[in-house]
Design a protein around this ligand. Structure first.
Ligand code: NAD
Length: 354
């Protein structure tokens, strides 16, 4: 944690808050990257980090990512992220979550948060007993509930935009799609695609999830997790964990389009150039998986969460993806760089000149 201000200045971070409450074993870090567009919004992750430094670096990286994601999604929120340094399967309890809620409350709305890796809707309901600055909470409490189905809807919008760019039509009937990971997002995406007449192949390290889908639908086949990215298909859709697009997997891809819901699909940002060189159209992950954050933002509008309004906003993801492709084509840059440029355009409209 040396040279912390140098690190903050390099990517222009606004604030870092370290939270500690010994009686509940709470150690958490909240990073506010940029509030140009509004209060910082980003999920609350719980992970057994190997060191304080690893946790801080993760929070810094994720908070900056949220600035770009929120800006590109066109919502009036900046970027931030929280991490709790604990094992979600061993140390999470009500006392710890409520202690965290009190820290979030002290920030007085500067930071708005919701579910991320290691936290659940039930956890958010507990944190919400201490603070209203929570965006994803249960439907029973008037919130949006689990956001994986709306995230899948956004990915579907992204696939439409990609098909149009590559084949000149959004028609899904007869198209072939390979999905890596059929948890909350991937399984709902399968439902949408099968209903639209696509032929789908799935893989999951949890075989039972993949098998359940092939038992439900004739149009769904299962392959081993190590085979899924090699299939000759129109669309490859990563919906598992991050870093699935890397120096090993990109040369093996046999698809025209990559469009999926997983976060941080590229192991390294420059690999978006590798995809472009191979003639594969990549729909930037943070553009197509913005469904959850759009719903979170919608839950803060006066009158509270309105599902129909949120769905309308998510349908606009296909427009945003088209905008990204237009920037990439015009500037001859990768779609990932174009997505960053789109976010920066929006930030620059109201950023103070330096
Ligand atoms: P999930 O945990 O429900 O599903 C992930 C699935 O991937 C699991 O079934 C898991 O067994 C499988 N998996 C893990 N590694 C795999 C591998 N190597 N090969 C094949 N399958 C593998 O998570 P989710 O909510 O469906 O989210 C999926 C992805 O989308 C994650 O990267 C998440 O960060 C991202 N995302 C989710 C949301 C949301 O609203 N849920 C929003 C934005 C982004």
């Amino acid at each position: 944690m040396k040279h912390i201000f140098e690190q903050m200045q390099a990517e222009d971070y606004e604030q870092i808050i370290f939270c500690q409450e010994r009686s509940f074993g709470l150690k958490a870090i909240i990073v506010i990257h940029d509030t140009t567009l509004g209060p910082a919004m980003g999920g609350m992750r719980m992970w057994p980090y190997e060191s304080d430094e690893t946790a801080l670096n993760d929070a810094l990286r994720l908070a900056r990512g949220m600035t770009y994601k929120n800006a590109a999604a066109g919502i009036p929120y900046g970027g931030g992220k929280g991490v709790i340094l604990a094992d979600p399967h061993r140390t999470k309890d009500e006392g710890m979550l409520r202690a965290l809620g009190r820290f979030i409350h002290r920030l007085n709305g500067l930071f708005l948060t919701g579910v991320d890796v290691g936290t659940t809707i039930a956890d958010m309901d507990i944190i919400r007993t201490e603070t209203p600055y929570i965006v994803t909470f249960s439907e029973a409490s008037g919130g949006p509930g689990d956001t994986s189905s709306v995230t899948a809807l956004g990915v579907l919008q992204g696939i439409h935009a990609c098909l149009e760019e590559v084949y000149g039509t959004t028609e899904l009937a007869g198209r072939t799609i390979a999905i890596q990971g059929v948890g909350g997002v991937g399984a709902t995406l399968v439902d949408y695609l099968v209903q639209a007449g696509a032929r789908v192949t799935v893989a999951d390290v949890d075989q039972s999830k993949a098998q359940a889908l092939s038992s439900r639908y004739q149009a769904v086949e299962v392959v081993a997790p190590e085979e899924i990215h090699r299939l000759a298909v129109d669309v490859y859709s990563p919906c598992a964990l991050g870093a699935g697009l890397n120096d090993q997997t990109i040369p093996a891809l046999n698809c025209k389009i990559v469009c999926g819901g997983a976060n941080n699909q590229l192991a390294e940002e420059h690999q978006s150039d590798l995809l472009a060189e191979r003639g594969i159209l990549y729909a930037p992950d943070f553009i197509v998986n913005a469904g959850g954050i759009i719903v979170g933002a919608q839950s803060l509008t006066p009158g509270g969460y309105q599902r129909e309004q949120a769905l309308k906003q998510i349908e606009r993801i296909s427009q945003t993806v088209r905008q990204v492709f237009a920037i990439a084509n015009e500037l001859h840059i990768s779609t990932h760089k174009a997505a960053n440029a789109l976010a920066e355009q929006r930030l620059n409209i109201i950023r103070q000149p330096q």
